[in-house]
Design a protein around this ligand. Structure first.
Ligand SMILES: *Cc1c(COP(=O)(O)O)cnc(C)c1O
Length: 396
């Protein structure tokens, strides 16, 4: 557990999670920063209206609730500034747009979250940006892909659905040598388990929708930057008029208070389920970076301080009908997108068509699992029910 990191004022991370983004004395002693709703902010006099020398000028840039979350996330990630957006995807979009220019070149990991690819195809392309996808396992060899006109390297570790662990320090060293900023989609690692800035990253993106909110009841994104990147992202973020809803920020602040204990349980239960699944005859492969036999394990051990509850499995070659029988037999695992909440989820996926720089060719159907906060023995029994249905009629 990453409890020894100093996130604010010399406190350990777990203490900081209980303190960041709160100032009870400013709110008559009430423990939590209240939900401030509002657009108009009144100025006390004409001189101040002209100088704008006040903490808040208008609801969109920030209000006491959204600022509390911004400062808490910046401190937790170890960055200079955090920008909030209405979703994780819009956090990725504002980051890419910040560095987009006609004739520019961007490097994006082939294992990236698929809607990121859609943004590149629909928007970056139209703006005249040349997007090049690279093998997520490229490591220091990325130096050869960086060009004179490369504006940004986007990483995501582990990769969405397929869980490749990237050698982020090696990629950052190569990019820094060429003066190119590196961004990471750090949603899986969270600020607790992957210290993006300590590893050399310039921009850390969170879909706060996942573990930070943690209860599947809000959508929210965050872009945390070092000083130079903050100046660039601030300009685009402001120009686009992006802002986050105060009630959702309140839920994210509330989620932070329990983030460390929730993550530890997701990690332990997820690993226990991954180990159990690896021993099942129906399962060909388990893609969980914390499993010693899984690809990327050594890098995970070197760079991460823990593991999320999200991983994938490859089944033996069963037909689709059998997989549907398995999914339909489950009583605890829900079928649905997103993850990071308290409940366990399972979804089939096939990213064969999405890859352009690498080949994804699993030996059987692939399933992504999110292990929630339920009793692990209940989860095993639920999957046993599923496996019984899988092996029913129609086994190959
Ligand atoms: C879910 C997700 C996003 C998008 O987040 P939203 O808040 O749903 O827009 C981005 N990146 C990763 C890795 C995700 O899993």
């Amino acid at each position: 557990m990453g409890t020894d990191e100093e996130a604010d004022g010399g406190f350990g991370v777990e203490t900081s999670l209980t303190r960041l983004g709160r100032n009870p004395r400013a709110y008559s002693g009430f423990v939590n920063t209240p939900i401030v709703r509002g657009s108009t902010v009144l100025f006390p006099d004409a001189e101040t209206l002209e100088s704008r020398d006040v903490e808040y000028t208008y609801g969109r840039p920030s209000n006491p609730t959204t600022r509390a979350l911004e400062t808490a996330l910046a401190a937790l990630e170890g960055g200079a500034r955090t920008f909030l957006t209405p979703s994780g995807l819009s956090a990725i979009a504002v980051t890419l747009l910040t560095f987009a220019e006609s004739g520019g070149h961007m490097l994006i990991a082939d294992s990236v979250y698929q809607p990121t690819r859609r943004f590149a195809a629909r928007v970056l392309k139209r703006l005249g940006v040349e997007v090049e996808y690279y093998d997520p396992l490229i490591g220091s060899r990325i130096a050869a892909q960086i060009r004179q006109n490369t504006k940004l390297v986007l990483t995501e570790s582990p990769g969405s659905q397929t869980f490749e662990i990237q050698d982020i320090p090696a990629i950052c060293r190569a990019a820094r040598g060429a003066g190119v900023p590196v961004a990471i989609d750090n949603t899986w690692g969270t600020p607790l388990y992957f210290r993006a800035f300590a590893h050399g990253v310039n921009i850390s993106i969170q879909s706060a929708t996942k573990y930070i909110v943690g209860h599947a009841d809000a959508l929210l994104g965050a872009v945390t930057c070092d000083e130079p990147a903050a100046a660039a992202v601030a300009s685009t973020h402001e120009a686009l008029g992006l802002c986050a809803n105060s009630e959702d920020c309140f839920l994210a602040l509330r989620g932070l208070r329990t983030l460390a204990v929730r993550m530890e349980r997701h990690w332990r239960s997820g690993l226990a389920m991954a180990e159990w699944l690896a021993s099942r005859p129906e399962v060909a492969k388990v893609l969980h970076p914390a499993l010693p036999v899984a690809p990327g394990h050594e890098l995970w051990k070197r760079d991460f301080r823990g593991a999320a509850g999200l991983f994938s499995i490859i089944l033996k070659p069963y037909p689709k009908k059998a997989v549907h029988r398995m999914l339909n037999a489950l009583q605890i695992f829900g079928m649905g997108y997103s993850w990071g909440g308290f409940e366990s989820l399972i979804v089939p996926f096939d990213c064969t068509a999405a890859r352009t720089a690498t080949v994804w060719k699993p030996e059987g159907p692939a399933l992504r699992l999110h292990i929630g906060l339920e009793d692990v023995d209940d989860l095993k029994r639920d999957l046993e029910r599923g496996f019984a249905a899988l092996a029913g009629n129609g086994t190959v």
